[in-house]
Design a protein around this ligand. Sequence first.
Ligand SMILES: [Zn+2]
Length: 607
Amino acid sequence: MGEFALQARRRTLFVLGALCFLSVGLLARLLDLQVFRRDFLVGKAQECISMEKTIRARRGHIYDARGRALAVNEKGYVLWIDGLALKEGLKDVGPVAVFMLAEMATWPDRATVQTYLSGQGTGNILWTRWLDPKDVEKLRKVMEVQEERLEGIRLKGGAYLEIEPRRTYPYGSLFASVIGYLHGESPPDDREVTAYTATLGIEQFYDLLLKGRDGLMRIERDAKDFRIPIGKYEEYPAHDGANITLTLDLNIQYQAQRLLAKAMKEQDVEARRGDIIVMDPRSGAILAMVTIPSFDPNQISACANDEQCKKLLFTNPAIGWTYEPGSTMKILTIAIALEEAIIRPESTFECTGEVEAAGVYFHNWNGLAHGHETMGEILLHSCNIGAATLNLRVGAGAYYPYLERLGFKEPTGVDMAGESSGLFLTPEDDGWSEASLASNAFGQGIAITPLQLLTAVSAVANGGNLLKPYVVQAIEQDGVVTATIPTLRGRVFRQETCREVTEMLAGIGAIKGEDGGPFVPGYRVAVKTGTAQIPIEGQVGYEPHRTIASTIGYAPAGDPRFLILVRIEGNSVIWGEDAALPVVRELTRYLLTYLQIPPTEEVPSGP
Ligand SMILES: [Zn+2]
């Protein structure tokens, strides 16, 4: 090439460069669409290509209370197939590669896979999302690498491995319902940015903070893909997402999960599912939230053929499903009656085994009359008659405002997606009667979420404060850490009332050890069991052969550091005392040790 020709070429380049810059918007869009169709585009643009490329913001990590990573980003590959290039290359890639591609296809349906592999496909198609690194290596071997770049690897025969950060959850199903997951939803022809939907839990609730803001890069390149020295280069950097530290502790979560799984496998327990929430009643911080069964957020497609699993992809049962709490509700019934001065702690009650309200006769679960009962014994015997009688004496006018103040009419406001609210009738509603008031006393005719119940009982445990439960301890954005400050939703009970109820519950704890002694030697533990009936869906009445066994416990009773709710939903009739209480006992022991809480009581020494 002569000197003149070279100058002319340079001039042309410059002009083309300027043109490129002017038409950047239009051209970039077009060019950008396709790495695959680059040859075609290169032909059109001759010497210069302007590229617009998204700089993906790094999604924030999620850590447990002690800084252990629960959700992180790993380098991953997405496999794209260019139908036309594959058709061209089929004869070169050989049967092994075709077989491998058929094996790896996860995204298109089988018919589409066949169409492409028989050379009938056109256009680019997302073939495999999240290719296993081993598969990447295999593919590289059988389909020669044509070009390798920062953003991906092009193989001969129309395969393109795009690098994409992959969200992974190192503890799999253990935190799935709390953290949620990311679901890639890239339409097959949109090559530039995969759209993610953050679903459930923290991922969904804090999506805006976690995902940050993507940046943009505009580059001009010559046909050989080198950046033109005089070309424009613009970069709008990405703003990375915030890192989140949870209040949940991996150790407590793991223990809760282990103990629940163990209890659900016990001989006499035919369990359908179960959950545990552990909360710090002083702040509302949730220390553990476990649900069994769960799902693996790294492999949500594994849920496809399992109806129960599919439901869990969109709901965390501990906050999203309501149930009729049964006898654990009596903690609140007693507290309300004390607060309203209907009773005093030393009041007594004559239990005849029957009480009538609005023409409905109520009995105890075993049909027994307890005779002379203290208020503590109403709780200990889990006496429906005593509880119903208290509610009838408190009266609807005073009672229902408490249910509102305890937060049963609204979601608790916990910072996770998918929370539900409670449901109960009040005197203004059709269908309400004094019988509703009586049955509410022992946890029937009222549907609330486990978290709502635990938050309300937490107000008894902590001296009367209804708090907003939360799972995020701190958010780190641009190096600045913002810690969560507990939120007081309202005062419900006087301290005196709370102390009195706690005394009664600690009285139960004092005899609920394996040997009939203290629940946990050396400590006072407040305990209440419950066996909840399950309403028949869409009908009046309860399932006759199935119950939810539950137990609430908190310790140390005078100044509780944690509050536990265990629920096991049976496939048969199972009792709170048999199925759930032992889990609370073991978990309480673990927590007292783990949180290094010194004993408050003398432990009787040996014989
Ligand atoms: Zn009774």
